[in-house]
Design a protein around this ligand. Structure first.
Ligand SMILES: [Fe+2]
Length: 250
């Protein structure tokens, strides 16, 4: 989700969309809801009230003051697990879906072309084992830049988790699929936010910063708002049966 346009789209459309799809659980990556970078406790609460069961984050998790103490006390708003033990918050949430089945959500960050203190490969196996001990359905939000790394993690986790959903690039990829072991995967779920933009930012500002190499304060764009994401159908024991891209004009 990106900025105020993404928030408005979610506030207005998410409850009806959940009903339409019959979604038993809803996971939202919310690291950019606060004006395009970061999240506040108040905005996280608003996402949960709008129908998100779990909010995941990423490299912009700690852009806003006060979010650390919020994450320390939250069970449903999580940050990447490979940020290190001294970082506030946790990287795993377990919630009950509407149909009563436990769902574990893991948030993990890639290490290619992004700055993260611990390699995802160092923590992923223990983290997934911890998740599987608590829930038959395990969804991984792998927040990463490189398509290769996202595909590698999804392949590594095939048959051990229900879905590996890539986030971070804001660009939805056309590779949603069920891997041979029964794990649903997509390289990037895309962006709920303004698509007449450079990944959410006013295009003119993003281009000016790139062309001139001067500091330019980014502002969220407004036009072409879409809700993007994926819908995964799975059995109660956590095997994915279908994955479908969502791309809805808001
Ligand atoms: Fe990100």
């Amino acid at each position: 989700m990106f900025g105020p346009p993404g928030r408005v789209a979610v506030d207005e459309r998410l409850p009806a969309l959940r009903e339409e799809l019959g979604a038993d659980v809803c996971i939202v990556n919310g690291e950019n809801v606060a004006d395009g970078a970061g999240i506040t406790g108040k905005l996280a609460d608003r996402l949960l009230a709008a129908g998100a069961d779990v909010v995941t984050l990423g490299n912009h998790a700690f852009r806003r003051d006060g979010i650390g103490s919020y994450l320390d006390s939250s069970e449903r708003v999580i940050r990447p697990a490979n940020f290190g033990a001294a970082t506030p918050g946790r990287g795993l949430a377990v919630v009950e879906a509407r149909n009563g089945v436990a769902v574990a959500v893991v948030n993990l960050m890639g290490q290619l072309f992004v700055d993260v203190p611990i390699s995802p490969w160092e923590v992923v196996d223990d983290l997934v084992a911890e998740a599987r001990a608590q829930a038959p359905i395990v969804v991984v939000d792998f927040h990463a830049e490189a398509t290769s790394e996202k595909i590698a993690i999804a392949t590594w986790l095939d048959s051990r988790v229900t879905a590996v959903i890539g986030t971070h690039t804001h660009v939805q990829t056309n590779d949603a699929r069920i891997l041979p072991g029964g794990t649903a995967a997509v390289t990037d779920a895309g962006m709920t936010g303004p698509h007449d933009s450079v990944i959410g930012v006013e295009a003119e500002l993003a281009i000016r910063r790139m062309r001139t190499r001067q500091p330019v304060r980014f502002q969220p764009a407004h036009g072409g708002v879409r809700i993007e994401g994926v819908f995964v159908d799975c059995t109660d024991d956590g095997r994915a049966e279908a994955i479908e891209l969502l791309r809805i004009s808001a």
